[in-house]
Design a protein. Structure first.
Length: 313
C-alpha cells in the first residue's frame, strides 16, 4: 500500500532525474493518493529530519545540492521571457492552414527554461491534413532558420483530430500531457484531455487550467489554401507528403544521425501522427525512474522508526 512518504519520494525521484526540485505545492499536485496539505507538510518535515529528502529555499529534492534551487529559480525567470516569445510564435503558427491546436510542451510547459533551449510546440491538425499542414510549417521554418529564429519554432510532435489518444501510456507521457500549455485550440485541448483520461491512473488529483485556449486564428490565406486542398487533391497530396517524409526519415535513422544535443534523430510516421520515436529517449528515463523506485522500496524495508515530528512545528 502506498504511504504518503513513499508517494512523496516517488514524485521527487522522477523529477530528480532531470535535476528539478519541487515545491510542496507541486508535490501535492502530483500526489497519487489522497491526503491533505497539512499531512504533506508533516511528512515532508519527517523526511527532512530523517535525511531522506532535503530542502533548499522552497524546493525539495532527494539531493542536498543548493545549486539545484539556484538553477531552478534562474530557469523559472528565463521561462517568463520565453513564454512571451512562445506566445508570439504560437500566434504566427496559428495562421497556417489546417492547424487546429497549438500548445507548448517540454521543459517550458513546466515554466522552466535553460540557456539556448528550443521552444517546443505540440501541434494538432485537421483530420487527414497533418502532412500538408506540417509541410507548410516546415517551409516557414526554413525562413526562420535564415534569420536565426529556428529555436523559437521547434515543431517535432504532430497529431491530427482523429488521433487524440496518445498510445504510449506511462509516467513520462502522462506528465508531458498534463503539463501541456495550450495557446490556441477552439476547444480541441478539452477533447484531448478527455481522450487521455488514462493519465488519471498516474496522477488522479492533478488539476490544470491549461485546456482553455483562444480560438484558432484564421485569415484569407488560410481559408483559401484549406479550400484548395479540401478534396481529392488534398487527400493525394497529404498521402504523398507522408510517404516522402517517411523515406527521408528512414534514411536519417539508418545513418544514426544526431541533433545538436547529441540525441538520435528519429521520427515515427503515420497518417495521423508525426512524432519522435520514443524508443530513443523514453526507456532511459523510465529505467532511471524504476531504479529510483527500487531504492525507495529498499529504504522502506530498512528504514528506522521515524523521529517524532509535531504538526504544530
Amino acid at each position: 500500500m502506498l504511504t504518503i512518504q513513499t508517494d512523496i519520494l516517488k514524485t521527487l525521484s522522477y523529477f530528480d532525474i532531470f535535476r528539478y526540485p519541487l515545491t510542496a505545492e507541486e508535490i501535492f499536485l502530483h500526489r497519487r493518493i489522497d491526503y491533505t496539505e497539512s499531512e504533506l507538510k508533516y511528512q515532508l518535515d519527517s523526511l527532512i529530519i530523517n535525511r531522506q529528502i532535503y530542502q533548499n529555499e522552497n524546493f525539495y529534492s532527494l539531493n542536498n545540492d543548493p545549486a539545484l534551487a539556484v538553477n531552478r529559480i534562474n530557469g523559472n525567470k528565463r521561462a517568463v521571457q520565453q513564454l512571451k516569445i512562445a506566445a508570439r510564435s504560437a500566434r504566427i503558427l496559428s495562421y497556417f492552414p489546417f492547424v487546429r491546436g497549438i500548445a507548448i510542451s517540454g521543459s517550458l510547459s513546466k515554466n522552466f527554461s535553460r540557456k539556448n533551449d528550443d521552444i517546443d510546440f505540440f501541434i494538432i491538425t485537421a483530420a487527414n491534413r497533418l502532412w500538408i499542414a506540417r509541410s507548410f510549417l516546415h517551409v516557414f521554418l526554413k525562413f526562420a532558420f535564415l534569420v536565426k529564429k529556428q529555436k523559437w519554432f521547434c515543431l517535432n510532435y504532430y497529431i491530427d483530430e482523429t488521433a487524440l489518444l496518445i498510445p504510449e501510456q506511462n509516467t513520462f507521457t502522462a506528465i508531458e500531457i498534463i503539463t501541456l500549455k495550450p495557446f490556441y485550440g477552439n476547444g480541441i485541448f478539452d477533447q484531448f484531455a478527455v481522450s487521455n483520461e488514462w493519465t488519471k491512473q498516474y496522477f488522479p488529483y492533478y488539476f490544470s487550467n491549461n485546456q482553455a485556449s483562444p480560438h484558432i486564428n484564421t485569415n484569407f490565406f488560410k481559408k483559401a489554401l484549406e479550400k484548395i486542398f479540401s478534396g481529392t487533391i488534398g487527400n493525394r497530396l497529404d498521402n504523398w507528403l507522408m510517404k516522402m517524409t517517411d523515406v527521408r526519415w528512414q534514411k536519417k535513422v539508418r545513418c544514426r544521425q544526431m541533433n545538436e544535443r547529441g540525441i538520435r534523430l528519429s521520427m515515427l510516421v503515420g497518417k495521423h501522427f508525426a512524432k519522435p520515436d520514443p524508443q530513443f529517449f523514453q526507456p532511459k528515463i523510465l529505467d532511471a525512474f524504476s531504479s529510483n523506485i527500487q531504492k525507495i522500496r529498499n529504504w522502506d524495508r530498512e528504514k528506522p522508526d521515524p523521529l517524532p515530528v509535531s504538526l504544530s512545528e
